[in-house]
Every structure is written in structure tokens, then in C-alpha cells.
Design a binder for this molecule. Sequence first.
Ligand SMILES: *Cc1c(COP(=O)(O)O)cnc(C)c1O
Length: 435
Amino acid sequence: MALDNFPYQINTNGHLEIGGIDTIELATKYGTPLYVYDVSIIRQRCRAFVDTFGKLGVKAQVAYASKAFSSIAVLQVIKQEGLSVDVVSEGELYTALQAGIDPKRIHMHGNNKSQRELEMAITHKIGCIVVDNFNEITLLTDLLKKHQYKMDVIIRVTPGIKSDTHHYIMTGNEDSKFGFDLHNGQAEEAFAQLMNNEWIRFKGFHCHIGSQIFDTDRFVLATNILFEKISDWKTTYNYIPEVLNLGGGFGIRYTDSDRPIPLQDYVVRLVETVSEHCRNLQIPIPEIWIEPGRSIVGDAGITLYSVGSTKHIPGIRDYVSVDGGMSDNIRPALYQAKYHGVLANKADQPVETTVSIAGKCCESGDMLIWDLPLPNVSSGDVLAVFSTGAYGYSMASNYNRIQKAAVVFVENGIDKLVIRRETPEDIVSHDLSYE
Ligand SMILES: *Cc1c(COP(=O)(O)O)cnc(C)c1O
């Protein structure tokens, strides 16, 4: 039986099932907490973007924002599906290279790329650097000269619009640590510096307006603002962009109140908007890049926890504690992110109570879900939290020296461990003695 609104099922045992496998079997086999991804959902999400560009017949790159979840296994799937990869650090770049991603299909982001990161990008001849600020132009130019290498570059600009999302995940507004402002002359200054730089092939523009955006209008607005400048710079400098990177941020369902739209709709609307501007300006359509992260892996992943202690406060609430928390999913504590969950071993049973799910870390703020309706809960039940595939494992920490959980991929009834659970030995493996 399919679940309303979420891409998981309930099997004949009344258990939650993902990718054709009983989650209770997975919890028993691998232990909890456990991240489980249905790889077929990752593939569907990739294809929604890639195939739509293909049908519309425009040149495009879909770059997976690997910060959402980076591991060798997931990047191998991303490679199989023909996506490019965005990285923002030495570790993410190293992981992409280890997964066998073609360096030409890797793009590097970041508002404070180090010399070491830039040199790694240069020596591996990655496809593109998304330049964020003036310091970086100077540093990158020096390093390219040192290595006698000419690099493809686009610049990150901020169009100055606010997206209707949490302040910490809002990036396209003027008061942002990211990018060059389009309105105060900084973007034009960066453009001028890069156009006349012998070590740089200046390809075009990047803008990313934020995350968890559920409509296409704001993408259109950002594109319109970008094209005002492109129009100016065509007139003034006879400049025509080869690449337009319109970022990521496509929204997914975390709870029943989220209203995601089909991923295809974003692509169709963006291509329409860019095509219309190009027709008006009589310029060829640039290669369109997008950078989905959450919408590729978010709802493909769930987390399984074992229920431990419970606390009943008469007239106030019931707390149910699980064996993970902010150490494997910091988003509720970091920006009040909301999640939905079910009891995986009682997935077919009616709701009888409302409880709040507490993590096991020593912080009152370590609450995963407030006021979740569930069947009656007992110690030993398995709680499944939905849509934890993005920014879950990737933001996990060892707070309280809790070991990072394992990650299992399932696809068509087959399960495979792709990141092993940390051990207590792993926890002290970088410690050195002071005796
Ligand atoms: C985080 C980020 C993305 C991906 O955002 P999602 O919400 O995961 O799709 C894309 N581009 C840039 C520049 C980002 O910082």
C-alpha cells in the first residue's frame, strides 16, 4: 500500500517499506540509527531534470550540489545518471574524484576558497570555478599564472531578491555573504576584471536565490534581473554569455503542509524565460546550468531510529526519546525544520496519541519533531523520519562523541551498505596522547 504524499509503502506485515525492503529487517540487520536511501527515487529525480532539458533541446548541465549528501556511492549514481557535480571544499572535491566523476564535470563553489582548494581544482583541471569575490579573483589569477593554466570561470551574482524561506537558507538578497551585487556596481567591476584576464575564460553568470522554493516565479524574477544586466553589457561591451547557471533550491516535501511542484516545471519555466530574453536580445541561448541538491536526494532518504525512554508530563506533553537526534539531523535545531515520521513497525495502525520526538544529545534544543501523531508508542518501536536524505548525513556531527550512523542503499529489493557505522575506535582515531 502506498503512503499518501510520500514515496514509501506499507507492506503486508503492516511495516514501512522502502525500495521493496521492510524497514524493520533493515533496522535489525544494520542497527539504528540508520539512513536508508531508495536509489530508484534518486534516479527518478535526476531524470526529471536531465530528460526535461533533453526534450526541450537546449544545451544544459544539471550539477548535483553534493553538499546535500556527498559519498562515493551517491556520486557514482549521480555519474551514472549523467549529472555534473558541485563541490565547495577539498573533501567534496576529493570525494567526487574518488567516485570517478570526470573533472570537467566538476564545478567549485565557495565564498572563501583556500589556496589549497583552488590549486587542487587547477591541478585536476576541473570544469569551472564559480568566482565569488574580489580576493578570489586575485588569488585565482596568481595561481593560474603559477600553474600556467587557463580556467573556465563564471561569477556568482546576487540579484537582490528575497526568497520566502528561512533567513539562514536565503542567499539571493543583497545583504548576503555570497557573490557580487548586481546593483551596486560590484558585479560589473568583477565582470570587467575577468573579461580582461589572460588566465581566465569568462563563461557567464551564476545565481542561487535560496533553498526549499516551491514556485517558479522567483526563478523567473531572478532570471529577469540577470537579463537586465546582460542586456546592458551586450550594448556596452558587446558581450554574450555562454553559460547561465540558475542555481538550485527546488522544494521538496518534508511534511503534509509542503506543496512541492513537479521538478520538470522548474526546467520548463526557466528554459521558456531564458529563451524569450535571448529572442528579444537576438543572442543565442546560453548553456543553462542548474544545481539541485535537496530535490535529488531529500525524499529518497529516511532515517530509522529505535525508541528508548519516554516521559509523560501530565497535562503538558509526552516525550519519546530515540537513539539519534541532532548528531544525525541538525536541521530542526539549526533552523526549526519540520519533519514527518511514522512508527515503521506499526505503519498500518491508527493514530492514538500525539508525542514529541527527542534526540539523545545533551541539549534541550535536540528535538527532532514536535507534536507528531502516532499509534501508541512503546520502547523498542522503530521510528522512521521521512525526507532526511539531504543535509542529514552531510551535516552530521560527533557531538557527545556519538558515532555517525551507517548509510544503506536499497534498490528493487536489494540492500547494500554504502557507509559503515562509526565505531568507538573511529571516535578516538584522531586523538593523540598527552601523557
Ligand atoms: C546549497 C546550494 C545549492 C543546492 O541547494 P538545494 O536547496 O539543496 O537544491 C545549489 N547551489 C548553491 C550555490 C548552493 O549553495
